[in-house]
Design a protein around this ligand. Structure first.
Ligand SMILES: *Cc1c(COP(=O)(O)O)cnc(C)c1O
Length: 378
């Protein structure tokens, strides 16, 4: 629930998320719905429920706390599903809920493994876990050299029950980095073989959205799909752009126009007077600013929004709760009208990738940040 009492409205189309999920499932194997960070700003519970209706039986969230919130919601909704915590347990208090709320943690360090083994032995209760391997992200996970010791420790701690093994691709969305992807895939295969020889035959997953769409040969028993569920094209602006064409954007963001007035030639607008009218114009003052996650970094970047069904340029510096756009070409704009910041219908719709390019970021961040505003489901 948003703590912002503002005019920004995030409209989420769950039917688009469901269609994107079906598209990813069309590649063959199980798709784990990645719904960490409040489902990339689209709403943890709402998205989980929509995906469950499409048959999704495994969800990946980030922290154990997110997993607990999701489990409580799924229980109330009568939905049975596996919940995987991608960050694994971090603090001591993250461990007990794994048993209590049936959360499968990513385990990527001996420190985590030993703590789990100790707690499992004390409680006399087994725990399914997912083994996390680092094959190139250099972020989290066991590395190749850890394999002998890992296998030994797993044998000594039978209550820690691996059910899944995962690794994460660093460059799956980059057509120029296929070699890096294949290098990671090869390392992952080697680690899987070592586990297999030791008698651990596990569900494996490596592919993220880009991996699902571009690297079918890297598909294992399951894949972890995130950004594609929300309709952003992981290959936007690359030679592989066509691979993401079938995805349908799920998020639209709009807000209210507060005032409309003339800006005379030579007059400046907003802090610093960084924008000066080159001709007589009319501007709309819009109820969105950096406090609403409409970044100040959009100032002076030729960012656009939709007013009255037309593209209009944002002008002057973005303030805390306001910004401005040039509506000289749009007839009959009035206070109370909508300004669309993301999405919209038809060919003029503002894509997440486009907004991200003005913003200097990626669609993921656009969704996570703008999604913190008040959401409605349409
Ligand atoms: C976020 C995340 C994903 C999903 O990646 P997308 O690019 O959004 O599909 C998959 N695996 C892990 C470990 C992640 O953290």
């Amino acid at each position: 629930m948003s703590i912002l009492h503002n005019k920004v409205e995030v409209r989420v189309r769950l039917s688009a998320i469901r269609a994107n999920y079906r598209l990813l499932c069309g590649f063959g194997s199980r798709v784990i719905g990645v719904i960490k960070a409040d489902a990339y700003g689209h709403g943890l519970f709402e998205v989980a429920q929509a995906l469950a209706q499409e048959g999704c039986d495994t969800f990946a969230i980030g922290t154990v706390e997110e997993g607990v919130a999701l489990r409580q919601h799924l229980r109330e909704a009568g939905i049975k599903a596996r919940i995987i915590a991608l960050l694994g347990p971090i603090d001591p208090e993250d461990y007990p809920p794994l048993w209590e709320h049936e959360i499968i943690p990513f385990v990527g360090s001996f420190r985590q493994l030993e703590t789990l083994a100790g707690q499992a032995a004390r409680a006399g209760k087994g725990l399914p876990v997912a083994l996390k391997f680092d094959t190139g992200m250099a972020r989290l996970g066991f590395v190749a050299e850890d394999m002998p010791r890992l296998i030994e420790r797993l044998r000594e701690a039978p209550l820690v029950r691996p059910v899944m093994v995962s690794s994460h691709l660093a460059t799956a969305d980059d057509p120029d980095a296929v070699g890096v992807v294949m290098g990671q895939a090869g390392k992952f295969e080697d680690m899987l073989s070592a586990l297999d020889e030791a008698g651990f035959a596990l569900e494996a997953n490596l592919a993220n959205s880009a991996g699902i769409l571009a690297h079918q040969m890297l598909h294992h028993q399951s894949q972890r799909g995130g950004i594609a569920l929300y309709g952003a094209n992981p290959f936007a602006g690359t030679a592989w752009e066509h691979l993401g064409r079938g995805l349908v954007p799920a998020m639209e963001v709009r807000t209210k126009i507060v005032a409309v007035h003339a800006l005379k030639k030579g007059q400046s607008i907003s802090y610093g007077g960084s924008y000066t009218a080159e001709r007589d114009m009319r501007v709309a003052i819009v109820a969105a600013g950096y406090a609403d996650a409409y970044s100040r970094g959009l100032s002076g970047k030729a960012a656009q929004m939709l007013v009255g069904g037309r593209r209009v340029p944002q002008v002057g510096r973005v303030c805390m709760q306001l910004c401005a756009c040039d509506v000289s070409e749009v007839p009959d704009v009035r206070p109370g009208d909508w300004a669309v910041l993301l999405g919209g219908s038809g060919a003029l719709a503002i894509s997440a990738e486009e907004l991200a390019s003005w913003w200097g970021t990626i669609s993921y961040e656009i969704f996570c940040l703008l999604g913190m505003n008040r959401r409605v489901y349409v």
